[in-house]
Ligand binder design. Structure first.
Ligand code: FNR
Length: 380
């Protein structure tokens, strides 16, 4: 399609297809605060770099003459049928990059048959995003608030809005040390409607001294003291089970023992993730954790993966190392910044096209054929 438009000397779709060029293009259209918030990482950026380096340590070994003329990228993950094993990762406060924000992401993903996970820190109330997802899958990410009544209230609302799967983020008991945001004194939650789900929540409002309209600063301070809870332990998962009757996926697992604990606690899945390198500086690259975790629990739990996925080849590697599906973060946010829903669709379509080509050219007709023997480890 792109080549055909090239014949007509139109540069369509008008966005870069190389995802690192996409980051540069997004830098041009975003103010320094929002760009730094999205692109930034914890501390020196060592974990962000480790995420990419971990992909470079694995190489795909293409196989020939295996009839790859008909291909199947689809996969069912925890009962959710996906056209390809790709979901958009939960990213908060998307209104700071484009006014179309979270509903645009939900629409773009649903139109392509992909999954989409809505952040608790959404800048759009969850009911509106649920409506935008239409018939598409509805997964909700929870930042587990300090006040159990607020958490229970958010979960009840998510259920009522038709969200079926819960992704509980465990690696953000507090925000990481993020020099780019600190240097610019930029925290989007203080500047946008990024706490929409809290501000519209009855249990949250009940705890406020004054209504958020009268005292927006007080509401934000209340939110900041509430948004996540560093005191949580494995024992608290029982409470979660009582308040959510669908599948529960724990996000932020990078140790095989934690994966086993998730299984023993009756969880349905995990996301092997280091939050895109935004929390612990000097942590291991997320892909380096994947094989050990998949070996430990892959037969018992749905193992998903994120942090550093930028290309179709990356998706092939993560699937070959034991992920059932991947989540993609920053790339689609850059697409949103550049072109709203159209930009998100562009990024997701590029990823799917490259996944399809890489799969075929390496001799696989379906994502189910990928395994550890599809790769070799290379010394870098
Ligand atoms: C995030 N991430 C995140 N995760 C989450 O569970 N809830 C959230 O609200 C957010 N917010 C958020 C904002 C921004 C700007 C980014 C970049 C990331 C983490 C996200 O879900 C995912 O783990 C990473 O983005 C994956 O890494 P890549 O694909 O960005 O390298």
């Amino acid at each position: 399609e792109i080549y055909l438009h090239g014949l007509l000397e139109e540069r369509v779709p008008g966005y870069p297809t190389d995802l690192s060029a996409l980051e540069d293009a997004a830098r041009e259209v975003l103010a320094p605060g929002p760009f730094g918030y999205v692109a930034g990482a914890a501390g020196t950026g060592a974990t962000l770099r480790a995420n990419r380096a971990a992909f470079d340590r694995w190489a795909i070994v293409p196989r020939m003459l295996r009839d790859v003329s008909v291909r199947d990228l689809s996969r069912t993950v925890l009962g959710t049928r996906l056209a390809a094993p790709v979901l958009t990762a939960p990213v908060g406060v998307l209104s700071i990059v484009h006014e179309e924000a979270e509903p645009a992401v939900a629409r773009a993903a649903a139109a392509l048959g992909l999954g989409s996970v809505l952040s608790t820190a959404s800048s759009t109330p969850m009911e509106e995003v649920a409506a935008a997802a239409g018939d598409g899958p509805r997964w909700y990410q929870l930042y587990w608030a300090r006040d159990p009544e607020v958490t229970a209230s958010l979960l009840a609302r998510a259920r009522a809005a038709g969200f079926t799967h819960l992704v509980v983020t465990l690696d953000t008991g507090m925000l990481g040390w993020r020099p780019r945001d600190l240097d610019q004194a930029y925290l989007p939650f203080l500047r946008s409607t990024g706490i929409a789900n809290y501000l519209t929540d009855p249990a949250f409002r009940a705890g406020l001294a004054k209504p958020p309209e009268e005292d927006p600063f007080g509401a934000v301070a209340h939110w900041a003291g509430m948004f996540s809870n560093p005191a949580l332990t494995w024992a608290d998962l029982a409470w979660l089970r009582e308040h959510w009757d669908g599948p529960v996926v724990l996000k932020g697992i990078v140790h095989a023992d934690d994966a086993r604990r998730a299984r023993d606690a009756g969880m349905d899945g995990i996301v092997v993730s280091n939050h895109g390198g935004r929390q612990v500086d000097g942590a291991l690259g997320a892909l380096a954790a994947l094989p050990g975790v998949a070996d430990a629990v892959g037969a018992d739990l749905a193992v998903l993966f994120d942090s550093g996925v930028r290309t179709g080849a990356d998706i092939v590697k993560a699937l070959a190392l034991g992920a059932e599906a991947v989540l993609v973060g920053r790339p689609y946010v850059y697409g949103l910044a550049l072109g709203g829903e159209d930009g998100v669709r562009h990024v997701l379509r590029c990823l799917l096209a490259e996944l399809d080509l890489t799969l075929a050219l390496s001799g696989h007709a379906s994502v189910g054929e990928l395994g550890r023997d599809s790769l070799v480890q290379q010394g870098v």
